[in-house]
Design a protein around this ligand. Sequence first.
Ligand code: URP
Ligand code: ZN
Ligand code: ZN
Length: 462
Amino acid sequence: MSVLIRGGTIVNEDGSSLADLRVRGGRIAEIASHLAPAASERVIDAGGCLVMPGGIDPHTHLDYPFMATRTADDFLSGTSAALAGGTTAILDFIFPESGQSLRDAYAEWRRRAHPSVADYGFHIAVTRWDDQTESELLDLVEREGVTSFKHFMAYKGGTMVGDDVLIKSFEFAAKLGVLCLVHAENGDLVQYLQQKFVTEGKLGPEFHPLSRPPEVEGEAVNRAICIAESVGARLYVVHNSCIPAIDALRRGKVRGVDVTGEVLACHLAISDEVYRNPDWAFAAAHIMSPPFRPPEHQQALWAALASGVIETTGTDHAGFKAADRLLGRAKFTDIPNGTGSIEDRLHVLWHLGVNSGRLTPEQFVRATSSAAARAFGLHPRKGVLAEGSDADIVIWDPAGTRTIRAADQHQRTDFNLFEGMRVRGINRMTISRGNVVFEEGKLCAREGRGEYLPRSANPRVA
Ligand code: URP
Ligand code: ZN
Ligand code: ZN
């Protein structure tokens, strides 16, 4: 179907202009100051609106078995929520089970993702290193386009790996031109602090942030950067939440390390006071790692995002239902870790970022789409409005308002981190590869329409 979007302001990370945009065959066919409608073409009036690249969320956990339960959203509900919020592509994580081959794990996650309504790709979690690991990783990189390896420096006894595995995996990734991701917290220190609090009878959710203080994160970010620097790997640090992490990123960049930082919408918006709420269920609904931080850290995160020390935003969408949080009623260490905001990232970023003057619309596009597309090998297919790119588009009304409420959301969590936030700047329409998939508050996306996104590695030329 051919679509003509007329009269809007086209916003890319490098500039904005009043122009018309034509979509044909799922791609952007033309952008010009005036385009005449063709016969039988759908014409969309974008007057007064901004026309921007669809959001890319590089960090989601859909249909993920974790901490004795499973995340609330599967790929159908999670990607439906993504489209409603203006996100047209996600990158999720494959977690091999103990003893499972990486190929079998990949096949299992492709099966889970099949109902997706948005486009999706995968990172592979490196949770062990044995004789088969190199050949299995190579197979996923070369045959399936899984070109980013994820490493957990925390969750000891679970997905955590030690420095020995980080070094081997980073070195192998550097050879292949694969991007290394890290969840950076010092897992030994977290375990020590958790055990200390539990022994002292400090069992409530208010002890979760105290068991994972900012130094625990800053040390691990710095360590990951030093390892990447030593073996020449490209590094991506997920969910930076605090000043020590930002400082480590800045120092690494100054030394010339190829490191990209991500911040989550929720870490920009929410402070640690949520853990001191006397309502256990409310505090427990905010348990995630790294935890929410005191307000000075949010100020620093906004500044880092505006200045480019942090380049991407994600959600780490891993919401759990209230009933699942009860697993940790007796002690905070058993509360499943993770929160969900796949539907709200763009609205929260615009409202708190652009309306306040912290970000320009162009910086918003960079932070919600273009930077992730570049980091993960999707650019210029995605992350930019240009002739030949996929027609993944949001039509954004900067004057529209709505109130975020769990009761209205598409994501399946029975809680919303931003409940009651009245946002100015709303998504009027989402277009994915040329198809209108969200319009006037309604989803119109066929189950399974999402496409798998194989990506290329970026080997260094010798
Ligand atoms: O608490 C979190 N972030 N849960 C999801 C898994 C992870 O650490 O990214
Ligand atoms: Zn994490
Ligand atoms: Zn995560």
